[in-house]
Design a protein around this ligand. Structure first.
Ligand code: SF4
Length: 420
C-alpha cells in the first residue's frame, strides 16, 4: 500500500509496548503472556470444561486509540489470524464502524481466506480478501472499492514487513520467504501463500540493520521453510550476524531437520541462534502424516546441531497431538523418543484447518460441526480427538511431556502407561 502511495498506521492489539496499558510480565527474549479478559462462553463451547477469554488490548484501549487517530483513514484493513479467533475480528470491525462510520473496511488474513463464506455472512466487512493482497483480483477489488485508479501491483517480495510501524519493539522478526514447498496434509500454507518465494539478502540487510541500529537484539524467524535454499538469503544473513555477537536469533517455527547440515548448523550457532525448534511430529518414521523426515535424517540433523555447539536444553521438538484417528500411543512413543534424545517435547495440538487436505477426514472424525462453526476448530478443545477435551487427560499429558527422564504418573485416563 505504501508503494501505491498510501500512508499507513498500524494498530496491533497484541503489541506489548502500549505505554498506558498494563501488560503481564515479560519473559526471556521478549516473550510473555498477554492480558486476558474472561468472557461468557459461546453456546457451542458450553460442554467444554475450560474458560473462554479474549487476549490482548481491551475494548476500551482500542476504542480510545481509534478516537485519537488523525487524520481519519480513507480505508481500514483488518487482518485475521486463527480461524477460531474470529469473534475478536468481529469485535474490531464493530469498533471501527463506530469510530469511522462510512469508511470502507477490508478484511483479509487467515480466517478471511480459509472461512470466506463464514466471514461474508458474519463479519460485516465491505470486502473480504482471500490470499495475498497483491494477487491481481484482490488488488483490483481494493482500488475499485476505494474508487481510485488501480496502481501497478507491487511485487510480493522483496518488500518485507513494515517493521517501522512498531516504534519501540522489544524484539523483531525476520521473514526471508513466503510459502512452503512442502504440502503437509494438515497445513494450509499453500492455500494462504501459493508457491515458494524467497527474498534476496540485499533486500533484508537494510531492514535488519535499521532494527539493530534502534536497539533490537532478539530476532525471530517467521519463515515456514527457513532452511530451504539457504544460499539465497539465510547463509549471508547468518554470516552478517556472526559479526554482531549481541544479537540473539530464535526459530520458533519448526525447522526441517533434514536440511540441518554440519555447515548450516555451525553457521546457525555462530550467528547466535538461541531457540531451536524441530519438526518431529511423530517417531513412527515409516507411517507419518508427512514424508519430510526419516530416522536417519533425524539422527544426523540432531548430531550436527550438537556437534556445532548447541545444547540439548536449547532444543525442542514439536509433536503432533490429536490428529484424526491418531493413536495416543503414537504420541507417547514420540514424547519418549524426544526424552531419549534429551530434548524437550512440545505437543502441537492439531488444528483442523479448512483448505488443508486433511480437513475432510477431520470433519468425519470430529464430534463437533467444525466446518460450520470455526470456534470448534480451536485446538485447545482437541476437536478431532475421540472423547474431546478432559482435564484429567490434559493434566496427564502436561506431566508426561514435562517429565523428561523422570518417572511419570503410572495412572492416566487412557492406560498409556502400559508402554512403560
Ligand atoms: S506444515 Fe510446515 S513443512 Fe508442512 S506445508 Fe506447512 S509450513 Fe510447510
Amino acid at each position: 500500500m505504501r508503494e501505491a502511495g498510501a500512508e499507513v498506521a498500524l494498530l496491533d492489539c497484541l503489541d506489548p509496548m502500549w505505554s498506558d496499558v498494563r501488560w503481564p510480565g515479560r519473559s526471556r527474549f521478549g516473550t510473555g503472556a498477554y492480558p486476558k479478559l474472561r468472557m461468557e462462553k459461546p453456546e457451542c463451547l458450553q460442554s467444554v470444561p475450560r474458560h473462554y477469554s479474549r487476549y490482548g488490548l481491551s475494548y476500551e484501549a482500542v476504542a480510545g486509540a481509534l478516537r485519537l487517530l488523525q487524520p481519519q483513514p480513507d480505508c481500514i484493513f483488518i487482518t485475521s489470524i486463527m480461524t477460531y479467533w474470529y469473534p475478536g475480528v468481529l469485535t474490531i470491525i464493530d469498533l471501527v464502524r463506530k469510530a469511522f462510520p462510512g469508511t470502507p473496511v477490508i478484511l483479509g488474513g487467515i480466517y478471511a481466506s480459509l472461512c470466506r463464506e463464514h466471514a461474508e455472512v458474519h463479519s460485516g466487512a465491505d470486502l473480504i480478501i482471500s490470499g495475498p493482497l497483491e494477487h491481481p483480483g484482490n488488488w483490483k477489488q481494493v482500488w475499485e472499492l476505494l474508487e481510485r485508479p488501480v496502481p501497478a501491483i507491487p511485487e510480493p517480495l522483496p518488500a518485507g514487513p513494515a517493521l517501522d510501524c512498531y516504534p519501540d519493539p522489544p524484539f523483531s522478526i525476520i521473514l526471508g520467504s513466503k510459502g512452503c514447498p512442502f504440502h503437509c496434509a494438515y497445513c494450509a500454507s499453500d492455500v494462504l501463500n501459493p508457491g515458494f518465494l524467497q527474498r534476496s539478502f540485499g533486500a533484508l540487510r537494510t531492514e535488519l540493520q535499521t532494527e539493530i541500529d534502534r536497539g533490537v537484539r532478539d530476532f525471530a524467524f517467521y519463515d515456514d521453510a527457513l532452511l530451504i535454499r539457504p544460499e539465497t538469503w539465510l547463509d549471508p544473513l547468518l554470516k552478517r550476524f556472526t559479526a554482531d555477537p549481541g544479537v540473539r536469533l530464535h526459530a520458533p517455527n519448526a525447522m526441517h531437520v533434514r536440511y540441518l547440515t554440519p555447515a548450516l548448523c555451525k553457521l546457525l550457532h555462530t550467528a547466535g541462534l538461541k531457540t531451536v525448534r524441530l519438526g518431529l511430529e511423530s517417531a513412527d518414521f515409516s507411517n507419518r502424516a508427512d514424508r519430510k523426515l526419516s530416522l536417519q535424517d533425524w539422527e544426523e540433523g540432531l548430531a550436527n546441531l550438537l556437534a556445532a555447539g548447541f545444547k540439548t536444553e536449547q532444543i525442542g521438538a514439536y509433536i503432533l497431538f490429536g490428529l484424526p484417528e491418531q493413536d495416543g500411543e503414537e504420541v507417547v512413543r514420540a514424547v519418549r523418543f524426544a526424552h531419549r534424545h534429551r530434548i524437550r517435547p512440545h505437543l502441537a495440538q492439531y488444528t483442523p484447518i479448512p483448505g488443508s487436505s486433511l480437513f475432510e477426514k477431520a470433519k468425519s472424525c470430529s464430534q463437533y460441526s467444525i466446518e460450520e462453526e470455526p470456534l470448534l476448530q480451536n485446538n485447545s478443545i482437541w476437536p478431532c480427538k475421540p472423547g474431546g477435551f478432559t482435564w484429567q487427560e490434559h493434566t496427564y499429558w502436561k506431566q508426561f511431556t514435562e517429565s523428561g527422564n523422570r518417572v511419570f504418573p503410572r495412572r492416566n485416563p487412557n492406560g498409556y502407561d502400559r508402554l512403560r
